[in-house]
Design a protein around this ligand. Structure first.
Ligand code: UTP
Length: 227
């Protein structure tokens, strides 16, 4: 299969621990070793938030903040590249064409952000559309898409399965309610709806959850294209 994995910065490098990044590299290599073609996109996590917070206090505008965020995602991408063995593209591709070229050569491209105004979930979704992926894995810090905010509501439960249309509706609704955490943003959800790619939203705290999800074994939310 052709697989794209979006790894949240907060699950790849919550505290910049080398062990966690190495464990992620090993998990991705096991997907590659199982014969799948793999593309990876990495988020900015705490590093991005801290830089953005400081720059906001200094009066930076939103585009400048996004540029800092993108730089942080690329730093995290370079950490993962350092941990992967030789079968990775040596720098984070900045364009989808470069990432596809790397995949065709049997390398694992590790992208960060691309342009201001969106997140790496949107980048991963666009990459999945561009390379015609069979599966997109969103490895996040929450175990799926919930019907309510699990931090607020003890009865919140994760959906086992949603259509891409249902995901767009749900994320759109939540977008209007400040503070509600959805694991996939609206642009990513819309790109997914358009792409018609099968996706799963999983808790990526344990890197082994990624190869398990590729094998079809996960406790998160399946997001399926419309029939
Ligand atoms: P992330 O993709 O990490 O954002 O990009 P996120 O979803 O808030 O964080 P985690 O990692 O899942 O916790 C960090 C920031 O970088 C900018 C945005 O400002 C984003 O909030 N960014 C990222 C872009 O502007 N364009 C991109 O393509 C990627």
């Amino acid at each position: 299969m052709k697989v794209v994995v979006s790894i949240g910065g907060s699950v790849l490098a919550p505290d910049l621990s080398a062990d966690r990044v190495a464990a992620y590299a090993a998990a991705l290599e096991s997907v590659d070793g199982a014969g799948h073609e793999l593309g990876v996109v990495v988020g900015g996590g705490r590093t991005a938030r801290e830089y953005i917070g400081t720059a906001r206090e200094l009066g930076a505008n939103e585009i400048e903040l996004d540029q800092l965020g993108i730089a942080a995602t690329r730093l995290n991408a370079r950490l993962l590249i350092a941990a992967l063995e030789d079968n990775t593209a040596p720098t984070p591709p900045e364009r989808y064409e470069e990432a596809l070229g790397a995949m065709r050569r049997g390398e694992i491209p590790v992208m960060g952000g691309t342009e201001a105004g969106h997140t790496t979930d949107a980048v991963a979704t666009a990459l999945a559309e561009y390379v015609e992926a069979d599966l997109l894995v969103y490895a996040t810090s929450v175990p799926g898409v919930y019907d309510a905010d699990p931090a607020e509501d003890p009865d919140a439960t994760a959906y086992e399965r949603l259509t891409a249309d249902e995901l767009v509706a749900l994320v759109g609704e939540r977008d209007l309610e400040a503070g509600i955490n959805v694991p996939v943003d609206l642009l990513a959800a819309k790109l997914l709806q358009r792409a018609g790619v099968r996706a799963v939203v999983i808790d990526g705290t344990d890197p082994e959850a990624v190869p398990r999800a590729v094998r079809g074994d996960h406790d998160g939310t399946d997001v399926v294209p419309e029939e």
